[in-house]
Write a protein that binds this ligand. Structure first.
Ligand SMILES: *[C@@H]1O[C@H](CO)[C@@H](O)[C@H](O)[C@H]1NC(C)=O
Ligand SMILES: *[C@@H]1O[C@H](CO)[C@@H](O)[C@H](O)[C@H]1NC(C)=O
Ligand SMILES: *[C@@H]1O[C@H](CO)[C@@H](O)[C@H](O)[C@H]1NC(C)=O
Ligand SMILES: *[C@@H]1O[C@H](CO)[C@@H](O)[C@H](O)[C@H]1NC(C)=O
Ligand SMILES: *[C@@H]1O[C@H](CO)[C@@H](O)[C@H](O)[C@H]1NC(C)=O
Length: 462
């Protein structure tokens, strides 16, 4: 068990740039203004505490469209203020009443400790942990996948109300498994592109859809329960193999394999699930880093598939591009310009906040491209009720997290996913008369830590 656990840790966390930035004691995600927590931006008392009047802020006027409100918000920002919102730990702009926001939360099989937007501790020690995705997927039960998303997002909204989670969750992981030795197989729905796509669609609908408002003539105004993200796009499923690693890996993929295998689940996730985000992966595809590939990003995801949402990078992808794989010998400004101009809206990292300003000065980036990225970002936050609050979800709280009903449903999901391959001589079920004693042996006999999977829903140190 210890060896497997160590391996898991190595595969997922070690030697990653992200591990430097990830701490279990991350900053929580409430709207904290003048020492008080608020659940919405456009709260008159919050503005008053900043010496501002909410009535002066057109972006808080609920009689206007999200498009008009977002345009007003962005129009109020200086260039420096705009750039300060382009990293996952967006700084906000107190001058105009915009609070900071941590974009990074995770909800792979229940709300997870990973990311700066979510934290467990004090009043919320953990969230309901559903089976690892590879297990739930084996039920082939689409309505169950959707229901897992619904129950998990209810817990997420409750945690948001308590100031313990964000509203934007970077799940599910829908990379198609091409080699069972890949260390992250447990996070995925497996090797079949259609099953992976159907899982994506149902889980995303479960997470995002607000009941009764699933359909809308304007998808960019459709309300979201939480925001979901299809990752890691694309052809990414490799960690470390014979000197090749996930950061600088160049996936050489034929057009056919790309269309039939690697892109198909993402297309379903966006077109059928209407996911409000997609994450580009570290690797290159046929020579080009995905996060700088205009064909894969703006042309395919936004153009062909019609994404209603934002494109985010995997954490420190831009740093990897410049300092790791030295792509085209680009300097830091070249790198942020390549990515922004390819359609990357948000950098999980510090390259956009640090180097977009000098890239603009060098004439590599137009301010209109920055406005465009911010429009994609703030439209999603509008749809989530970040600015206005939410009537549907405001009453959710502690009682809705790890309730008996939710924990029972997680157990039911595990039962549905278990596959009995062989039952020689009808040995099962074992009779459990009190006179019998069973020995459960082997490295996984009591592997509670391993079995909860990664991206788990509890404090790391508990
Ligand atoms: C605001 O929320 C954070 C996170 O839950 C908490 O640590 C802090 O004490 C809260 N502050 C106030 C004034 O309620
Ligand atoms: C699928 O899951 C749902 C929710 O748990 C359950 O009600 C239903 O019976 C399952 N369907 C099948 C065919 O097992
Ligand atoms: C970004 O800027 C901050 C503040 O100047 C600095 O501490 C940090 O090292 C920079 N990071 C990178 C990757 O350039
Ligand atoms: C099943 O029964 C056969 C015949 O009695 C026996 O040889 C075999 O060991 C049994 N298998 C198990 C798993 O009990
Ligand atoms: C199983 O592991 C848990 C957590 O590590 C521990 O508390 C428990 O005592 C163990 N049970 C057995 C039967 O070893």
């Amino acid at each position: 068990m210890a060896r497997f656990y160590t391996f898991l840790f190595l595969a997922v966390f070690l030697s990653t740039a992200a591990s430097r930035r990830l701490s279990p004691r991350a900053t929580p995600g409430p709207i904290l203004t003048s020492g008080k927590n608020y659940t919405r931006v456009c709260d008159a008392a919050r503005f008053a505490s900043l010496g501002l009047d909410v009535k002066d802020m057109v972006y808080c006027d609920r009689s206007l469209s999200y498009a008009d409100r977002v345009a007003d918000l962005i129009g109020r920002m200086t260039l420096d203020e705009k750039i300060a919102q382009l990293g996952d730990q967006a700084l906000g702009a107190p001058r105009i009443g915009l609070p900071k926001y941590n974009w990074w939360s995770e909800i792979l099989h229940g709300v997870s400790w990973v990311g700066h937007g979510t934290y467990f501790g004090d009043i919320v020690p953990g969230a309901t942990s559903f089976p690892t995705v590879i297990l739930s997927a084996a039920s082939f039960n689409q309505s169950m996948w959707k229901k897992i998303g619904q129950v998990a997002s209810t817990e997420a909204r409750a945690m948001y109300n308590l100031g313990h989670a964000g509203l934007t969750f970077w799940s599910p992981n829908i990379n198609v498994v091409r080699d069972p030795r890949w260390g992250r197989v447990l996070e995925t729905p497996g090797e079949d592109p259609l099953t992976v796509g159907l899982y994506a669609k149902n889980f995303v609908r479960g997470l995002q859809d607000v009941e009764g408002q699933e359909l809308s003539s304007d998808p960019n105004s459709r309300p979201l329960k939480v925001s979901s993200c299809c990752k890691h796009y694309a052809a990414y499923d490799l960690d470390s193999w014979k000197g090749v690693n996930r950061y600088s890996f160049d996936a050489r993929v034929t057009e056919q394999d790309m269309a039939e295998t690697f892109l198909r689940p993402f297309e379903m996730c966006i077109k059928e699930g209407d996911a409000s985000s997609i994450m580009c992966s570290y690797n290159r595809v046929n020579g080009i880093p995905v996060c700088a590939d205009a064909r894969l990003l703006v042309e395919t995801v936004r153009g062909e598939w019609g994404l209603h949402g934002y494109i985010v990078s995997d954490c420190d992808s831009l740093e990897v591009m410049a300092d790791g794989s030295h792509w085209l010998n680009d300097d830091k400004e070249d790198t942020v310009a390549q990515a922004l101009n390819a359609g990357l809206d948000l950098d999980c990292g510090i390259y956009y906040p640090n180097y977009t300003g000098s890239a603009v000065k060098k004439g590599m980036i137009r301010e209109s491209s920055i406005n465009n990225a911010l429009t994609n970002l703030y439209t999603v936050l509008m749809r989530l009720g970040f600015f206005d609050g939410s009537d549907e979800f405001k009453s959710l709280g502690l009682k809705d997290i790890c309730s008996k009903e939710n924990v029972d449903f997680a157990a039911e999901a595990a039962r549905q996913g278990i596959v009995l391959l062989k039952n020689e001589n009808n040995t099962l079920p074992l009779s459990s008369s009190p006179s019998k004693t069973f020995a459960i042996v082997g490295p996984h006999a009591n592997a509670t830590t391993v079995m909860i999977g990664n991206y788990e829903g509890k404090r790391l140190d508990s």
